[in-house]
Design a binder for this molecule. Structure first.
Ligand code: LHQ
Length: 257
């Protein structure tokens, strides 16, 4: 249910249940978790690209699976067990994650995309906070990411109305990094990921840490955190290489360490 493609220095993870628009079932959750664990543990993997097979990125929770289980389910338990660990895993991964949103991203599918570090969407892709259409609230970090990325007014309307937002507007609002033409999306996302994989990976992990912590911190706390993380960056071999390359007027060759 998740295709893992190893490239030179990075990895492509493709959600692969195209007949269900890559909706999450338990199996796909566990496969994605394993793949991200593998990416985390592999020093040779210095960036991750997440995308979807077929015409959609991800339609969120597989609702057919929910109907089968019947009764009044404890959705909180499934967030605790499956969705929340995934969002935490993406944010905590100490290497960059690029998301290529190749088609519709609905419900948890939209918010999993927003948990990635750089989101590039196909021009035809849409983002739908579909939750309220079925009587739920945005989960998988939606109520955290949306107001921070696009402000409360837009976050509220998206969450309450459950209407699709086109990729161009999403980029204009700052929900995502950029839009690519449909046929160019894969190539552009791969180029960004490859570029990231050649950079100072350890430092990029520290950048993520600093930005992840920022929304909850005061300026004083954030300045202290920057001091601590910059200290670590300064001790790392890639900083020495970066400065050496600069003074020698040549491109740096980063080891990722
Ligand atoms: C699907 C799905 C789907 C199953 C399309 N499931 N089959 C977390 C915690 C625990 C529980 C609850 O939820 C959550 C988080 C969530 O994610 S809740 C939100 C769940 N997602 C949705 O509500 C979105 C439902 N899907 C849609 O609104 C539409 O399918 C979208 C707008 C994504 C795409 O529309 P279309 O392009 O018109 O495609 P379609 O609706 O015709 O779908 C194609 C096929 O995919 C179809 O199957 P079929 O056998 O008829 O071809 C759909 O039934 C299936 N599919 N989403 N989530």
């Amino acid at each position: 249910t998740v295709l893992v493609d190893r490239r030179a220095g990075w990895m492509v993870l493709t959600l692969n249940r195209p007949a269900r628009l890559n909706a999450f079932n338990e199996e796909m959750h566990l496969a994605l978790r394993r793949a991200l664990e593998e990416a985390a543990g592999d020093a040779a993997c210095r960036a991750v690209l997440l995308t979807g097979a077929g015409r959609a990125f991800c339609a969120g929770q597989d609702l057919a699976e929910r109907v089968q289980t019947g009764g009044a389910p404890d959705l909180g338990a499934s967030l605790d067990r499956l969705y929340n660990p995934l969002v935490r895993q993406l944010r905590a991964l100490d290497k960059p994650v690029v998301c290529a949103v190749n088609g519709v991203a609905a419900g948890a599918g939209a918010n999993i995309a927003l948990a990635c570090d750089i989101v590039l969407a196909a021009r035809s892709a849409t983002f739908i906070q579909a939750f309220s259409n079925i009587g739920l609230i945005p989960d998988s970090g939606g109520t955290f990411f949306l107001p921070r990325l696009i402000g409360d007014a837009r976050a509220r309307a998206l969450a309450l109305l459950g209407l699709p937002l086109d990729a161009a507007t999403a980029a204009q609002w700052g929900l995502i990094w950029a839009v690519a033409e449909d046929e160019a999306l894969a190539g552009e996302a791969e180029a960004i990921t490859a570029r990231l994989a050649a950079r100072a990976t350890h430092a990029l992990g520290l950048v993520k840490q600093a930005l992840n912590a920022s929304p909850g911190n005061t300026l004083d706390q954030q300045l202290d955190l920057e001091r601590d993380l910059q200290r670590l960056a300064g001790y790392a071999p890639d900083y020495a290489e970066g400065v050496r390359a600069f003074t020698q007027k040549r491109p740096p060759v980063f080891s990722g360490q």
